[in-house]
Write a protein that binds this ligand. Structure first.
Ligand SMILES: Cc1ncc(COP(=O)(O)O)c(C=O)c1O
Length: 357
């Protein structure tokens, strides 16, 4: 794998800033008399210790030495202890080929991870392939990198390999850079991809030489206890950049996620990360309507809020028959009421559209 050939021109030029590089290399060497970095002196940190009580009765105690780490500047790759744990977890859960040649980069959630990936790999005019209905953030990410975004038609199993091949044939050699996929409980379609479909798409990535960004926030929220495979698990050639996040499991406010990929990719992503640092399961339903804009407006006036499908398309002004409803915040008791409102509005809307009013 010629890793450098995939990097954007901007990222090729980037080098790790001197202070961050030296701080990372020196680690916590206590003997160093550090007059270089502007690290605040831990003596003056206002916190001594912290205790978190979990709902299952467990108590997590954070002692002074860890508080000092938590309040201090750290490494752009993440806390080494956490990185090690995430590496172990990924190796056990997903068993990727050549895990010893891979690394983890801890990020402030998945969204910033996809932004970093786009900036690291995409030059203006490069092709980025996405499902025709895709998580809206990825449109912004790829637009910002000035990618040529190619929406690829899907069926019930996700992106169609025959359609992807057709799109690849139409794109020029050397400019095909990335394909974006949410493999489990996709947002907005809810689709979980079969291993066979993943294999078909992965072999196209090898044949046409592009990378796969696998954004998998819903991995742990699957109903089927038999969790299916991932692109990383199939990645013999090192072309998968896997994005995980704790937003849907621990809480979105912790802003904690991570990228797993081959080491040279992660090293470059870490440099980009040091420049950029920022900080449920979908429930979808196909209606009988050609466009749901009016349905969404009427529901909103009745106190029911959900996302019209057009928001997941590159051109959100186009009509779209889909909606996305996320049920993580409503109580089981209110479900019937919610769907009663929706059903009434759809009935009215169907009456109106079929009578031509
Ligand atoms: C597919 C997908 N990726 C990423 C995110 C956001 O993840 P994070 O909060 O970790 O940035 C979401 C949230 O809805 C999502 O649906």
């Amino acid at each position: 794998m010629n890793y450098i050939s995939y990097f954007s021109n901007a990222s090729k030029k980037q080098t790790m800033p001197f202070l961050i590089k030296t701080r990372t290399e020196l680690g916590d060497m206590k003997t160093i008399m550090n007059l270089a970095s502007g690290l605040p002196n831990p003596e003056f940190f206002p916190l001594r210790e912290a205790t978190f009580s979990l709902k299952d009765g467990k108590v997590i105690h954070v002692p002074q030495d860890l508080i000092n780490v938590a309040l201090q500047y750290g490494s752009p790759a993440g806390m080494p202890q956490l990185v090690d744990q995430l590496m172990t977890m990924t190796a056990e859960l997903l068993a990727p080929p050549h895990m010893d040649g891979r690394k983890v980069l801890v990020t402030a959630g998945a969204n910033v991870a996809s932004y970093i990936i786009a900036q690291t790999f995409i030059d203006p005019g490069d092709y980025a392939f996405i499902p025709e209905m895709a998580y809206p953030h990825i449109h912004h990410v790829f637009k910002d990198a000035e990618a040529r975004i190619v929406p690829v038609p899907s069926d019930d199993g996700g992106i169609r390999p025959d359609m992807l091949r057709e799109a690849l044939e139409k794109s020029s050699d050397g400019r095909r850079k990335l394909m974006y996929i949410v493999p489990h409980g996709d947002n907005p379609t809810g689709i979980t991809m079969s291993e066979n479909r993943m294999r078909e798409l992965y072999s196209l990535a090898c044949e046409y030489d592009f990378l796969i960004m696998e954004d998998d926030p819903y991995y742990f929220l699957q109903y089927d206890p038999q969790v299916s495979s991932s692109f990383l698990s199939l990645d013999t050639e090192g072309r998968v950049l896997r994005v995980d996040t704790f937003s849907k499991t621990i809480g979105a406010g912790v802003r904690l996620g991570y990228i797993t990929a081959d080491q040279p990719f992660v090293d470059k992503l870490t440099t980009m990360h040091s420049f950029i640092m920022t900080h449920a399961s979908p429930f979808s339903q196909v209606l009988g309507l050609k466009d749901v804009t009016e349905t969404v407006n009427v529901c909103c006036s009745k106190g029911l809020l959900f996302v019209p499908g057009c928001q997941f398309m590159v051109d959100s002004t186009q009509p779209c028959p889909y909606i996305r409803m996320s049920f993580s915040l409503i109580t089981p008791e209110s479900v019937d009421k919610v769907f009663q409102i929706l059903a009434d509005v759809i009935r009215e809307e169907l009456k109106r559209t079929t009578s031509g009013n």
